[in-house]
Ligand binder design. Structure first.
Ligand code: HEM
Length: 487
């Protein structure tokens, strides 16, 4: 209770704490209800970095100039500690086994993104299967709602194929489990925020309380995984033993983790470890990919002026490749790539990438200092819509800004998966998303197939802007109309 009335204490050299009117509430209300505009006003008035008093603690926000300092210094700005405070997924997984986030990032980089060539044909097959199943023929124009939900079901199948392998990905209930487990985890976020006023650790205590009583939101998904996949895993281990050197490793993460394991007894501990390793990648990939593919489809559907150019590129590549895409074909989709990059930029979350300062203190290059334990958030839109990078047209949706054409006919474009100071949708520095190459290929393939097959437009014929929930951007909840091009 003391915390309720205590005013936050701020050191002498700290970034300015934006003044607030109501002692207990601080900036919580303005921040939660109109995040983008509120942060914009703070930055205009107080410069960057600045601090806010939200849900009982002081948080510092970095803008375009100070953000690279946070992303670059990953040893002292701890991303996992920062994220776990808002979304205690680490705590949930740790109840099964130890987790090693550095190892996981490396695995995604080396075994998923770097092997994209190997996965393209399987991805394509599974995506087409999903498009057929969920959107179908659309001989007559048909309205689809819950676009993000639909894409998470479409995406779950190719993801399952790459992560669990062909055999396990055949189980419908596993695929469903991939899409619902994410929603169940999201519920951890909705423990009453009022607890944060009293003390942030109380919020976390309640969010993770069910775990302490042995109820884990993902236990039943683990049980299903064991029930379905254990026989397949045992069979693979048996073959490995039998064939020895002759065994040809399967191209999926399951076989990779089997090969990394020193044990060959498939007991509880073994299955828990496999489950946590594999499902961490499931959590990182399905909701992000389906959110951004839906945002991109809304960006496309509301802007008829973009349709012809993008469709013609897809048709040309489709004809040249006889309908079977390789990674090179996907790389040739330059118009689509620029469109996607612009959509990523446009959909950037207002703020995010929480990092906790773990060194004694940190002094920003403008001389302001923050103490150990401070949570630092990136005001991401300040970068994504900054005139320094995007000029006077930074608020306009212009895919061609990512292309430079030279007089000699040479065209250079900055690919959607490339991160730099101006593009932080995938984060930056050492912890930048290791799955981004895979995600971009998957999204482009999916958009390519959809655009080739259907005319897609918004219901009211206008641009449907994204919604902001908490700090993140989500696609509109309105419908999209699909109509087969060939009828
Ligand atoms: C459009 C889709 C995606 C978006 C927008 C996205 C975005 C992000 C962001 C913003 C981060 C934090 C980066 C930072 O701290 O600087 C991240 C981390 C991560 N992402 Fe993604 N991601 C996407 C897809 C994927 C996919 C498909 C995978 C796996 C196949 C994946 C695996 C990961 C992992 C393992 C991390 C943690 C990295 C670390 O701890 O160093 N992501 N992602």
């Amino acid at each position: 209770i003391f915390n309720l009335i205590k005013r936050p204490r701020i050191g002498a050299n700290e970034p300015p704490l934006v003044p607030y009117r109501f002692p207990i509430i601080g900036h919580s209300y303005s921040f939660s209800h109109d995040t983008g505009n509120f942060l914009k006003k703070c930055k205009e008035k107080y410069g960057e970095p600045f601090s806010l008093y939200i849900f009982g603690n002081v948080r510092t926000f970095t803008g375009v100039d100070s953000t690279p300092e946070v992303l670059r210094n990953s040893e002292i700005f701890d991303f996992h500690m920062g994220t776990n405070k808002v979304f205690p997924i680490g705590d949930v997984l740790r109840s099964f086994t130890e987790i090693n986030t550095t190892y996981m990032a490396r695995v995604v980089h080396e075994q998923v993104s770097s092997k994209i060539n190997i996965y393209t044909s399987r991805l394509q097959k599974e995506l087409l299967f999903g498009i057929d199943k969920f959107f179908g023929d659309c001989k007559e124009p048909k309205v689809f709602r819950d676009i993000q939900g639909t894409f998470s079901r479409i995406i779950a199948k190719p993801v399952a194929n790459v992560i669990l392998g062909e055999e396990c990905a055949q189980f419908e209930d596993i695929i469903t489990s991939f899409t619902v487990v994410e929603n169940e985890l999201q519920k951890l976020r909705f423990v009453p925020k009022i607890l944060f006023f009293i003390h942030p650790s109380l919020h976390r205590f309640f969010a993770t309380l069910p775990l302490k009583f042995g109820w884990n939101p993902i236990s039943r998904h683990r049980d299903l995984f064991v029930q379905r996949c254990k026989p397949i895993i045992e069979e693979r281990i048996r073959q490995r033993k039998e064939l020895g050197e002759e065994y040809i490793q399967k191209e999926d993460l399951l076989d990779f983790f089997i090969s990394e394991s020193e044990k060959d007894v498939v007991d509880n501990e073994y299955m828990n470890k496999l489950f946590v390793n594999l499902y961490q990648i499931v959590f990182a990939s399905i909701s992000t990919t389906s959110r951004f593919i839906s945002l991109a489809l809304f960006d496309y559907s509301g802007r008829p002026e973009l349709w012809n150019e993008i469709y013609e590129e897809q048709l040309k590549i489709h004809n040249e490749s006889n309908g079977i895409l390789s990674t090179e074909d996907v790389n040739k989709m330059v118009k689509l790539d620029c469109f996607l990059k612009e959509s990523f930029r446009y959909s950037t979350d207002p703020a995010g990438l929480p990092h906790t300062l773990v060194s004694d203190s940190y002094t920003f290059s403008n001389g302001t200092t923050i103490p150990k334990g401070r949570d630092v958030y990136v005001y991401m839109k300040d970068t994504a819509f900054n005139n320094i990078f995007f000029g006077e047209t930074s608020n306009d949706f212009q895919p061609n800004r990512h292309i430079t054409s030279y007089r000699d006919g040479k065209i250079i474009h900055t690919p959607a998966a490339r991160i730099d100071r101006s593009f932080i949708t995938f984060g930056g520095g050492k912890h930048a998303c290791p799955g981004r190459f895979f995600a971009v290929v998957e999204i482009k393939m999916c958009l390519h197939k959809l655009i080739l097959r259907y005319k897609i437009r918004t219901e009211n014929g206008k641009i449907e802007p994204p919604r902001v929930l908490s700090l993140a951007t989500f696609p509109s909840i309105s419908g999209l109309i699909f109509e087969n091009r060939n009828y």
